[in-house]
Design a protein around this ligand. Sequence first.
Ligand SMILES: Nc1ncnc2c1ncn2[C@@H]1O[C@H](COP(=O)(O)OP(=O)(O)OP(=O)(O)O)[C@@H](O)[C@H]1O
Length: 279
Amino acid sequence: MALAARGLTRAFGRHIAVAGADVSVASGTITGLVGPNGAGKTTLLLMLAGLLQPDTGTITVDGTEIDGSRLRSIVGWMPDVFGTWDSLTAVEILSTFGRLHGLSRTEARRRAVDLLELVHLAEFADRPAHELSRGQKQRLGFARTLVHRPRVLLLDEPASGMDPRSRVELRDQLRALADSGCAVLISSHILTELSEMVDDVIIMTEGRTRPSELSAGHRWRIREAGQPAASATTMRFPDEQVAAQHLAELIVAGHQVVEFARIDTELEDAYLALDADRT
Ligand SMILES: Nc1ncnc2c1ncn2[C@@H]1O[C@H](COP(=O)(O)OP(=O)(O)OP(=O)(O)O)[C@@H](O)[C@H]1O
């Protein structure tokens, strides 16, 4: 399912938090949303999730404009902090959301148990949520996001509080969801991690969006034997297959390639350049 928005605007009093933002997230892809504190990312995500009414602009799914209540049935929304009902167990919390999304009692319980397996919280299934650590609550929040099998996922700083293993698992789970056809939009300040995960990036500053150069593929660093590290070549390829093809051609042509790697600081570099522009 593809999600798109055009000219989204939202003000709080006289402060314009989002000022004509454009978003396009294709089915099967993961898009990063980055920008400084206060840029308007959460406000934008809330509008895309159908939880905040835009002042102007349109939101479409697969090309059809839809309203907030329809959006909420299609979209899985994961806020940066997942408030739980502390006295309910993990299974009860997920089943309750399942019931709210129209599942029968039996289906909701089965879905809750499956999702707790997925996020490695099965041992907490029948324990009250107040026993969960912050990172475990985030994982429970991710499970809740998936209860109604959403085809669009919007995640606001989902990895905050998660340990390294949980972050890697989250990344793999998001990729699997994208591969199954979901459109995923994820905001994060951890740019190196984000850059390993995303196919595309939207940069947001002062309420406005702009695509990043990453849309045109990633830059790769290439160094041959005897070539000083500082003078390694960099090239941009649209995808990994084209990069691999170029490497094969270099080898066949007799080049002694000793380094061929994607530059993972690319997003960070673009972001810092943007920050420098601001000051
Ligand atoms: N409910 C609200 N009432 C008034 N102002 C708000 C409200 N929500 C957000 N804002 C303001 O809108 C602007 C954008 O906030 P938002 O939370 O969308 O930014 P953000 O990019 O998600 O920031 P961060 O990276 O710090 O999470 C900020 O200036 C914020 O103070």
